[in-house]
Design a protein around this ligand. Structure first.
Ligand SMILES: *Cc1c(COP(=O)(O)O)cnc(C)c1O
Length: 388
């Protein structure tokens, strides 16, 4: 097979991890070197300190590091004692891991539709999906915007339904003044490199307000042990490495500054879209009062999305589609028996959303180029030639 490279050079990357590393290179390299000198790689001082620092950052009782955001979800549901016969409500418009964790522990994933403006779970749809078997709700803070937690917690509390936050995309975001991870019974975070706090590989963490729940989480991540070789619970091996924790401790100190830069980029996009009269055509991310967005992604809703995406690619502007298909229509969930048309808002979002480049180091000039290219598409002008 021959490949013909006729796509123009990109004017910017979709995310730029190298720019971030350049800024903190010395700190990161020193942190890695310290771990290498110590030669303690699993559950050592770096993980312990990182857990304390995240718990303080989130303002929550405890934080427990683990191997990935996917495992964080699995561990949280396991620690809450959820399993076969239980129903767990979640959104069909999220990354696969959210619902996979529910199915993995033998519980039944029950989907509820999203609010079209925020892409997060619609509390009315959750209310309609609750049954006598509902044991938990996994609320995803999608793209960095907290879910509408007050009505979700009000639905769950009186029915003894646990609320688990999937905060993989939303570290640092606030809802009603409180940080994500401090709102539900447990909060699940991912340190996948492209998340707002990204490691140099996989990593995750669960927060818990309740000390007994935290203790179960600590045991579950190490095959159910409190002390070596006495296994009280059936857990798994899911730990955060010392090297990852050391790197994440360096990066946590910069997180709020990076978040401020992300929010500034989002504001600039808003201004640029307004300046060229596109705000009524292109649906910009919502930020309802009391909910602070941390923009892991800047996702717009746009007519003729696929054509626009091709046009932008030709103009040297990278974009992504999060997510092209809703979870209730994924082959792996065929056994749940859902059909096309059951969650119209999630299905429509899958056809209309487009994530634009947004990272702390993105320049105003680059953002200008993005919006200019989108304006050209909708006014029928040819793209500017990226190469020249
Ligand atoms: C990234 C992500 C996860 C999974 O995290 P990993 O660390 O990649 O396992 C779960 N849920 C959401 C919403 C995510 O964005």
């Amino acid at each position: 097979m021959t490949t013909r490279d006729d796509t123009p050079p990109m004017l910017m990357p979709f995310v730029d991890l190298r720019a971030q590393f350049a800024e903190i290179r010395a700190e990161v390299m020193a942190a890695i070197a310290a771990v290498m000198e110590r030669q303690q790689f699993i559950i050592g001082p770096e993980v312990e300190r990182f857990e304390q620092e995240v718990a303080a950052y989130v303002s929550v009782g405890a934080a427990i590091g683990c191997a990935s955001g996917s495992d964080a979800l699995l561990l949280a549901l396991m620690a809450l004692g959820i399993g076969p016969g239980d129903e767990v409500i979640t959104t069909p418009f999220t990354f696969f891991a959210t619902a996979a964790a529910i199915a993995r522990i033998g519980a039944k994933a029950v989907f509820a539709d999203i609010e079209p403006r925020t892409y997060n779970l619609d509390p009315d749809a959750i209310a309609a999906a609750i049954t006598d078997s509902t044991r938990a709700i996994v609320a995803v803070h999608l793209f960095g915007l907290p879910a509408d937690m007050a009505p979700i917690l009000a639905l769950a509390g009186p029915r003894s339904i646990a609320v688990v936050e999937d905060a993989a995309q939303a570290i640092g975001a606030r809802c009603g003044g409180r940080r994500t991870g401090a709102l539900g019974a447990a909060g699940c975070f991912s340190f996948y490199p492209s998340k707002n706090l990204g490691g140099a590989g996989d990593g995750g963490l669960v927060t818990a307000a309740d000390a007994a729940l935290a203790e179960r989480l600590r045991m579950l991540r190490e095959h159910g042990t409190r002390s070596a070789y006495r296994h009280e619970l059936l857990g798994l091996n899911s730990r955060l490495d010392e090297i990852q924790a050391a790197i994440l401790r360096v990066k946590l100190k910069h997180l709020d500054r990076w978040t401020t830069q992300r929010r500034l980029c989002a504001e600039r996009y808003r201004t640029l879209f307004a300046d060229c009269g596109l705000e009524s055509l292109v649906g910009l991310p919502a930020e309802p009062p009391g909910r602070e967005h941390v923009y892991n992604q800047f996702v717009v809703r746009c007519p003729r999305r696929d054509e626009l995406r091709d046009f932008l690619t030709a103009a040297g502007i990278p974009t992504q589609i999060y997510y092209p298909s809703p979870l209730h229509l994924q082959p792996a969930f065929a056994g749940l028996g859902y059909r096309d048309g059951q969650f119209p808002q999630a299905e429509r979002a899958c056809r209309e959303v487009l994530a634009l480049p947004l990272f702390p180091e993105l320049s105003e000039q680059q953002q200008h180029a993005v919006v200019d290219a989108i304006a050209r598409f909708y006014t029928g002008k040819p793209p500017r030639n990226a190469g020249s």
